[in-house]
Design a protein around this ligand. Structure first.
Ligand SMILES: *Cc1c(COP(=O)(O)O)cnc(C)c1O
Length: 241
């Protein structure tokens, strides 16, 4: 196996970055929007801060980690003057206080219990936390996210909590072999997003629909996503240790 040198890795990231931004721009235009309307968030798990910061130097504005421990260990090295750090993974209630003052949004809230803890820690830290509600749109067992029919009740409960603000919805759809299958899940999410927006619930904003990853971000944008979360397509395939 050949190791790529660090500068080759950076070159790859650079090439990938421009390719992805072009693809996002094209999908945005096809769906009647502009590149600037779609937030490109890089999923940075297992990626060294130096490599992440190279992408930031190219113009990347949003990064997302999915493990608390990893986020904390990399925290001092992120270029947070030039990008915005979010949390996108499953979050245990007892770890909320470790990241509450470090992230601009928690994308993966799927229970009253977790929302309550975020609210409590936000009050303690005198800040307002932005969150997305994660929806288990494929109704998969053992997967994070609320079921579609539980969404409104959860939104109602969260809307009454202090110092926490719902800004939209997020999903990780089931792995599908065919693009047309994953599109069905994206379309369901778009419909939910539109339905909830139309209800104009107190304290609930539907600013962001976060869906689409390396293999399907263009389809997600065509189905109304305005935030995509891309890891391997940008940084190369992950080597899990
Ligand atoms: C890793 C990750 C992504 C990106 O996945 P890729 O397939 O590498 O693009 C998106 N969302 C979440 C929550 C992730 O953990």
């Amino acid at each position: 196996m050949t190791e790529r040198s660090f500068s080759e890795v950076l070159d790859d990231v650079e090439r990938n970055y421009w390719e992805i931004t072009e693809n996002i721009a094209r999908a945005a235009e096809k769906s009647g929007r502009k590149y600037e309307d779609i937030l490109f968030l890089a999923a940075t798990k297992t990626v060294e801060p130096k490599v992440i910061n190279h992408a930031v130097s190219l113009g990347l504005k949003y990064i997302g980690e999915n493990k608390v421990q990893e986020l904390l260990s990399k925290y001092e090295e992120y270029d947070l003057k030039n990008c915005d750090l979010q949390f996108i993974g499953h979050l245990q209630t007892n770890k909320v206080r470790q990241i509450i003052d470090k992230v601009s949004m928690i994308q993966s809230v799927d229970s009253v219990k977790l929302a309550n803890e975020i609210s409590k820690q936000s009050v303690k830290n005198s800040l307002v936390s932005n969150i997305l509600i994660e929806v288990n749109i494929g109704r998969e067992e053992n997967k994070s996210g609320v079921l579609a029919e539980e969404l409104e009740e959860l939104l109602g409960r969260v809307s009454e909590m202090p110092n926490i603000k719902v800004r939209g919805l997020m999903t990780v759809p089931p792995i599908c072999e065919k693009k047309t299958d994953v599109c069905k899940f994206f379309d369901k999410m778009q419909q939910l997003f539109i339905d909830i927006s139309a209800k104009k619930m107190d304290n609930i904003c539907m600013d962001y629909l976060s869906m689409g990853m390396s293999d399907d971000y263009e389809e997600a944008v065509l189905s109304g996503a305005n935030m995509v979360r891309i890891g391997s397509r940008l940084f190369g395939r992950r080597i899990y240790r």
